[in-house]
Write a protein that binds this ligand. Structure first.
Ligand code: B12
Ligand code: SF4
Length: 680
């Protein structure tokens, strides 16, 4: 097929839809290559609305790495809103890319990035709109070549891809940078050889090289009680346990170098620079922390260079230092000071999105707000009581929290946001009510420290969802009735507090979407038919409360699971025992199953575990399995070149030129301040 642009067909429809600009592409740093020059064509998708999907770092990184290859073309697609979907169906316009407006069905490889399980119905919409059969089994065509693209899932949620196993051809576990290039190499060679054996042969080659997990090469059988009896490979030469990919030298992969600059409004409009990957804090609920181990820091020099280059290439006026817990970077103090010095007096603002209470210090916070913007502070104690925080291994004491917050208030902050979860293992009403005590203490401390009464604290609460590859993978999820009832109790208690009640904002969602997320997070292949039914019944954009329908999911579970002896409850609120084969046990995230179980037992005893970055290794299994180790500083390297961008006087320039730089480092463009100032 041709990769012909669909824009002439699409354009007349755009005035009839909401936010048409999201479908036109043409963002700063977007790439459109001639179709015929490419040997391999990749379409990358973030299965949510453009405004959420565009800033996604994973997709931006892969897009750039692939497009750097001279004979590879990569374009992007996002979920279209129901208004455009209806028009596309009416006018027979298939799912298209925003870059070249090419039909997704024309590409060789269709990579879909899942940060959240609630994007699964959007995958089905895209496949259907693209004209790709929903089920992999229906994509097999006799003979050589590809009739439809090979659908490859990646991202955190893909660590348990079993609920979507019927819809995706292959899954990449872990970091994608090297994996996409190796997949491209194999695809290129296979196409050059005349695409022998069609789709199955290509998948077989990818699986044999340990690049992807191909669900159809593994059979699942079930016991009469509904539990899994076995997962066995049906080909001898594919890995018994497909493993995750781990990038071991982040400095060698400083992407994105040329971040996309959207024309339409998106959730984040800033330059994100990932300062490290992985986290060994060991919060037991955190799938992201577990599956991205070990810690791999970017050096201070690379961070500095990425900020410079990214600002120059994008014109953004805000830099966010991204990671799972940014203040934990071993050189965060130097990074903060170096960047604050460099951008002082410009309108480039710095932000540190993820900060732990115990890693926060006011010097750091002051560095980040030096350019005048003092946004609110956010901390995530997650558990209301100290006991519960030991259960989840997020051990921060109430005194620590109150002390930290007092310091912040004393230094001029007025707004603090506290994140908690409800429905955690072993939780009682009392644990949740202690959130009110904490909020009260925080307000009191804030009033004392600042001498003002206009102190605010927002308590934001999410329902806990147990995830695969974590110590809580065996836990029974709290029912939404329990979660909702505890949160009501808490809200009533806070409101009844005459002293501080009005100073505490209270934000929470109802517990029902969390139950569906739980079904999808720990489901097996039988859940695929539920997803398909929900989608056929109109389910779309399940991560959006205005589109989510619990009743639709409940009805689909009833219709599709009852005959199989399992149910929505069975997948969610049921606690699993040690011997049960879990749907993702045959997928290797590097974590030792016995260690995870021991950690689960420690959780039940409220026993904490240290961070192996600073204490001896406790054998979670990741480092030996992945042949690596925690990579942390201090590296002894500096943020070079140290030029205050806001100063253009000769002394600053000469000071900078006297500064020795690493090979290949370029001086900061003297007009960076102007670039930032002109950004939107
Ligand atoms: C920035 C951010 C956001 C932003 C922007 C989201 C976006 N569009 O990118 C906002 C605020 C909007 C957001 C929202 C949410 N987020 Co968020 N977010 C993050 C954060 C801090 C950074 C994400 C990131 O850029 N990572 C770095 C990139 C490079 O990693 P990556 O995307 O995983 O991609 C790599 C690999 O996974 C892989 N890969 C990814 N996709 C693909 C596809 C293919 C084909 C291949 C081969 C490989 C591949 O290759 C990439 C490069 O190595 C992470 C925490 C973190 N540090 O990861 C949480 C995180 C991803 N978010 C999370 C959650 C829960 C959410 C929400 C559901 C929160 C909520 N309840 O509303 C929503 C979901 C939004 C949505 N509908 O998608 C969780 C995911 C939970 C999980 N599965 O464990 C995380 C891990 C935070 C956490 N610790 O809980 N988020
Ligand atoms: S193997 Fe040891 S050092 Fe590596 S992440 Fe696990 S506990 Fe930490």
């Amino acid at each position: 097929m041709s990769g012909q642009s669909l824009f002439p067909l699409l354009e007349p429809l755009l005035p009839r839809v909401r936010k048409p600009v999201q479908y036109v592409g043409g963002e700063g740093n977007a790439v459109v290559k001639p179709w015929g020059d490419a040997a391999v064509h990749w379409c990358l998708m973030y299965p949510d609305a453009y405004e959420v999907g565009l800033p996604n770092q994973g997709v931006q990184i892969l897009y750039e790495i692939l497009n750097e290859q001279p004979d590879v073309l990569a374009e992007r697609t996002y979920s279209v809103w129901p208004d455009l979907e209806a028009l596309m169906r009416e006018h027979r316009i298939p799912q298209f890319t925003v870059d070249g407006h090419r039909p997704v069905g024309d590409f060789d490889l269709f990579g879909v990035s899942f940060s959240t399980e609630l994007g699964y119905t959007n995958l089905l919409s895209a496949l259907d709109l693209a004209g790709i059969p929903l089920r992999t089994a229906d994509r097999a065509a006799p003979g050589d070549g590809l009739t439809w693209p090979v659908v490859i899932a990646g991202g955190h949620a893909a660590f348990n891809p079993e609920p979507i196993a019927d819809f995706v051809d292959a899954v990449v576990l872990g970091d994608g940078e090297q994996a996409v290039l190796l997949i491209t190499d194999i695809t290129r060679a296979w196409k050059a050889a005349g695409a022998p054996g069609g789709r199955t042969e290509l998948l077989h080659r990818l699986a044999r090289r340990k690049l992807v997990y191909v669900p159809e090469f593994y059979d699942v059988s079930y016991r009469p009680d509904g539990r899994i009896a076995a997962v066995t490979r049906n080909r001898d030469d594919v890995p018994e346990r497909p493993a995750k990919h781990t990038l071991t030298d982040l400095d060698s992969w400083p992407y994105p170098k040329t971040p996309l600059v959207p024309l339409a409004e998106t959730v984040h409009e800033r330059l994100s620079v990932e300062i490290f990957r992985g986290c060994t804090r060991g919060c037991r609920f955190c799938q992201a922390g577990m599956i991205t181990r070990p810690v791999r820091e970017r050096s201070i020099t690379t961070v500095g260079e990425m900020v410079d280059a990214g600002l120059a290439a994008s014109g953004f006026s805000e830099v966010g230092l991204l990671s799972l817990s940014s203040a934990d970077h071993s050189e965060i103090g130097e990074i903060a000071k170096g960047l604050a010095d460099r951008y002082e007096g410009t309108n480039t603002a710095l932000s540190l999105p993820s900060t732990r209470v115990d890693a926060f210090n006011v010097t750091l916070a002051n560095e980040f707000s030096r350019n005048g913007r003092r946004s609110g502070l956010t901390f995530a104690p997650e558990g209301g009581s100290e006991r519960l925080r030991r259960v989840i291994n997020k051990t921060v004491s109430a005194e620590d929290l109150v002390r930290t917050v007092s310091t912040a208030y004393a230094n001029g902050w007025r707004q603090v946001k506290l994140y908690f979860m409800c429905g955690l293992p072993t939780e009682t009403d009392q644990d949740v009510l202690e959130i009110a005590d904490l909020a009260r203490e925080v307000i009191r401390a804030g009033r004392r420290a600042s001498g003002h009464r206009d102190i605010r604290c927002t308590v934001s609460i999410g329902g806990f969802v147990p995830k695969s590859h974590t110590p809580f993978q065996w836990a029974g999820q709290a029912s939404h009735e329990v979660t909702d009832q505890r949160l009501k109790l808490l809200r009533d208690t806070v409101r009844a507090d005459r002293e501080v009640g009005r100073a505490v904002g209270f934000r929470y969602h109802d517990g029902r979407p969390g139950i569906i997320e739980g079904l999808l997070a720990r489901g097996d292949r039988r859940v695929g038919r539920v997803i398909e039914r929900v989608w056929r019944d109109g389910g779309r954009f399940d991560g959006w409360s205005e589109h989510f329908s619990f009743a639709r999911w409940e009805a689909a579970c009833e219709a599709e699971l009852t005959g199989l002896g399992v149910s929505l409850d069975w997948f969610t609120t049921r606690e699993r025992d040690e011997r049960e084969i879990l749907p993702w046990d045959h997928l290797d995230a590097g974590l030792d199953r016995d260690w995870l179980w021991a950690d689960w037992q420690d959780a039940l005893r409220a026993t904490e575990l240290d961070d192996c970055r600073w204490t001896p290794c406790y054998d979670c299994g990741v480092c030996p399995t992945m042949g690596t180790e925690n990579q942390i500083g201090p590296t002894g390297r500096t943020l070079i070149p140290v030029i205050p961008v806001g100063r253009t006087d000769a002394s600053a320039v000469s000071a900078a030129s006297a500064e020795p730089g690493p090979a290949g480092s370029s001086p900061v463009p003297s007009d960076l301040a102007r670039v930032s100032a002109s950004s939107t």
